[in-house]
Design a protein around this ligand. Structure first.
Ligand code: 5GP
Ligand code: ZN
Length: 120
């Protein structure tokens, strides 16, 4: 797996920078975002350095969404399973023009609560 010595997310994978780790697999690593936009805002990253999605080998990408799905269970994000129930966003930015700040592919999992929408 490719690693970049100056990349903060590669350092997090190696434990050189601390993180609030959630789930780890052979291909991916997940942790809490340091500047969350909602409670339990998570990041899921491949254990292969690459700036954009197309730089990441398929075997790493294939493990990303199953890990996102596991995290929705950890945080019971689909507990209500109704159109009005709690939900979440999955976001993945590529390039500065698309608001990417860290040049190691990452998927955001951002819980959305009814209480934030005025519905609940
Ligand atoms: P982007 O805008 O690149 O899609 O999002 C990068 C995300 O990484 C941001 O939400 C930011 O808060 C998060 N982030 C940046 N540096 C760190 C760090 O050192 N630790 C953690 N846990 N998150 C980070
Ligand atoms: Zn990296």
């Amino acid at each position: 797996m490719a690693s970049n010595a100056s990349c903060i997310f590669c350092k997090i994978i190696k434990g050189e920078i601390p993180s609030l780790k959630l789930i780890e697999s052979k291909y991916c690593y997940s942790f809490l975002d340091i500047q969350p936009t909602a409670d339990y805002h998570c990041l899921v990253i491949p254990k292969h350095h690459g700036a954009k999605l197309h730089n990441i080998p398929d075997e790493y990408l294939a493990d990303i969404l199953p890990m996102v799905k596991k995290l929705t269970h950890v945080f019971k994000l689909d507990e209500n399973n109704t159109p009005e129930g709690d939900g979440y966003n999955v976001l993945q930015n590529n390039g500065r023009i698309a608001h990417q700040e860290v040049d190691h592919v990452h998927f955001h999992l951002i819980p959305k609560k009814d209480s934030e929408s005025g519905l609940g």
